[in-house]
Design a protein around this ligand. Structure first.
Ligand SMILES: Nc1ncnc2c1ncn2[C@@H]1O[C@H](COP(=O)(O)OP(=O)(O)O)[C@@H](O)[C@H]1O
Ligand SMILES: [Mg+2]
Length: 401
C-alpha cells in the first residue's frame, strides 16, 4: 500500500530554523505536503494560514525554560486530529510530562538529527491512518422526487431535523437540486453566504473546517449547504467535485442527506452512486407510479441493488390511495414507509420555514419521520440490524436474530 499523503505544517519563530528544517525535510520525507509557517510572538494561529488542516504539526519552541505549553494546548484543542511534535531545547522530565498532558505525541531535541526527525515523522504517520480508520464514516441518504412536488425536499429536510434534534446526530443536508433547490427555505430564513457550488469547486481547500464554515446552521447539530441562487454557478460542477465534497462530508457528519433534482444527470448520478441509501419519493397516484418505474429502471441499469432503495409513498390518504399491493407489484419493490397527507401542518411548516417536528411534534407526519430516524440510527449502530434485513427483502418487520 502506498504511504498516505500527509499534510505537515512546520512552525518556528526563526526564519533560519525554518530554513534548516526545510533543508532536512525536503527530500527526506516522502508522500508529504510540507508548509512552513513563520510565527511572530507567542500566539500560534494556524487558522488563517492558507494550509488546510495539518495531519502533523512540527512545532519548534523558542523558549529555553518553558515548552510553550499554552500554545500547544490551544493547538491540540483546535486540531484534535493533528499529531503534534515539539522541538524544544529543554527536555527535562517535567517538560515531557507537561508536553504529554498538553497532547504532544513526541518531544524532540532542538538539534534533532535528520534521522531522528524523519523517524519521528514516520512514527506519526503510522498513527494517522489508524485514527482515520477508527473514525466511523457517516451515512449518505439521497432523496429523489419521482415526480415533481412529491415531497422529497420536505421529507429530506425534516428527516434531517429528526436525526439531528430528536436523535442527537450530526447532520448535513446538501442541496444538490442545483437548478431549483429550495431546501434551505424549508428549515430557515437565514441566507447562506456561499452555496454548494462554490464549496464543491474549492477542491484544494475543502476540508472539515471549510465545509463547516460554509454551511447554514438550521438547528443544533443540523447544518445545510444551500443550492446556488444563481443557476449558472452550477454549470461548472463536475461529478468529481461532488464525490470529493461527499467524501469530506461523510468523514465529518453522522448523516449526509442529499436533496436531488428530479432529472438524473452525471452529477446527480455520482451522488446516487455515493449514497448508502436512496429514498425515492412518490405519491400513490398512477402518474407517479409510472415515473417511478422509470427511476427504478435507471437504478437497475446503474447496478444499484434493491437493498439500497427505500420507497416512500408521501401524502398518503387511506381509501383513495392506489392499493399497496398494486404499487409494489408494479414497481417490483416493497414500500418502506407511508407518510400521511397533512395539509394543515405541512403547509404551516413549509410556509414558515420551520420543521414540522418543531411545529407539530406529535402529528402523524412527525411520528413517521421520527420512526425513520429511529430506523436509521439503529441501523447505523448495528450493521446486521433488523432494519437492514427487513429491507433486503425479509419484510416480516420483526427482528430476525
Ligand atoms: N405529507 C404531506 N402532506 C401534505 N402536503 C405535503 C406533504 N409533503 C409535502 N407536501 C407539500 O408538497 C409540496 C411540494 O413538496 P416538495 O418537498 O417541494 O416536493 P419535491 O421536492 O418532491 O418537488 C410542499 O410544499 C408541501 O406543501
Ligand atoms: Mg425538491
Amino acid at each position: 500500500m502506498p504511504a498516505m499523503q500527509m499534510k505537515i505544517t512546520v512552525v518556528s519563530n526563526k526564519a533560519r530554523t525554518l530554513e534548516d528544517l526545510r533543508q532536512i525535510l525536503e527530500g527526506s520525507v516522502a508522500a508529504a505536503t510540507i508548509t512552513y509557517v513563520e510565527r511572530t510572538g507567542e500566539a500560534l494561529d494556524l487558522e488563517n494560514a492558507d494550509i488546510g488542516l495539518p495531519d502533523l504539526v512540527l512545532l519548534d519552541s523558542p523558549w529555553q525554560d518553558r515548552a510553550d505549553m499554552a500554545a500547544v494546548e490551544e493547538l491540540s484543542r483546535r486540531h484534535p486530529q493533528s499529531v503534534i511534535l515539539l522541538l524544544c531545547p529543554n527536555r527535562s522530565s517535567e517538560t515531557l510530562i507537561s508536553a504529554m498532558r498538553a497532547g504532544i505525541r513526541e518531544v524532540l531535541p532542538s538539534q534533532a538529527s535528520r534521522k531522528e526527525l524523519v523517524d519521528a515523522i514516520e512514527r506519526a504517520r503510522k498513527r494517522i491512518p489508524v485514527a482515520v480508520i477508527d473514525k466511523p464514516r457517516g451515512k449518505i441518504l439521497a432523496f429523489l422526487s419521482c415526480k415533481g412536488g412529491s415531497g422529497a425536499t420536505f421529507l429530506a429536510t425534516n428527516l434531517g431535523y429528526a436525526l439531528a434534534v430528536a436523535m442527537g446526530r450530526k447532520v448535513l443536508l446538501v442541496d444538490l437540486d442545483l437548478q431549483y433547490g429550495d431546501a434551505s427555505f424549508f428549515m430557515s430564513s437565514a441566507k447562506g453566504v456561499v452555496s454548494v457550488a462554490e464549496v464543491a469547486m474549492q477542491v484544494d481547500h475543502l476540508d472539515d473546517r471549510f465545509l463547516a464554515a460554509s454551511t447554514i446552521e438550521v438547528a443544533r447539530n443540523y447544518s445545510l449547504l444551500p443550492a446556488p441562487e444563481d443557476a449558472e454557478r452550477a454549470i461548472e460542477i463536475t461529478p468529481k467535485h461532488v464525490e470529493n465534497l461527499l467524501n469530506v462530508a461523510v468523514a465529518n457528519y453522522d448523516f449526509v442527506i442529499i436533496d436531488l433534482e428530479r432529472s438524473i444527470d452525471a452529477v446527480s448520478m455520482k451522488a446516487l452512486d455515493c449514497a448508502d441509501l436512496i429514498f425515492p419519493v412518490l405519491q400513490a397516484l398512477v402518474p407517479h407510479v409510472r415515473d417511478t418505474q422509470k427511476v427504478l429502471r435507471m437504478f437497475r441499469i446503474l447496478g444499484y441493488p434493491d437493498s439500497k432503495v427505500r420507497m416512500v409513498v408521501n401524502r398518503s390518504v387511506k381509501d383513495s390511495n392506489l392499493p399497496t399491493a398494486k404499487i409494489e407489484s408494479t414497481l417490483g419493490v416493497g414500500i418502506y414507509r407511508f407518510v400521511p397527507n397533512d395539509f394543515a401542518n405541512v403547509s404551516a411548516s413549509v410556509n414558515q420555514g420551520i420543521s414540522i417536528l418543531k411545529l407539530a411534534p406529535d402529528c402523524p407526519v412527525s411520528q413517521v419521520l421520527k420512526e425513520m430516524a429511529g430506523d436509521l440510527t439503529g441501523a447505523a449502530k448495528e450493521q446486521e440490524s433488523w432494519f437492514g434485513k427487513l429491507f433486503r427483502g425479509e419484510r416480516s418487520g420483526l427482528p430476525l436474530n
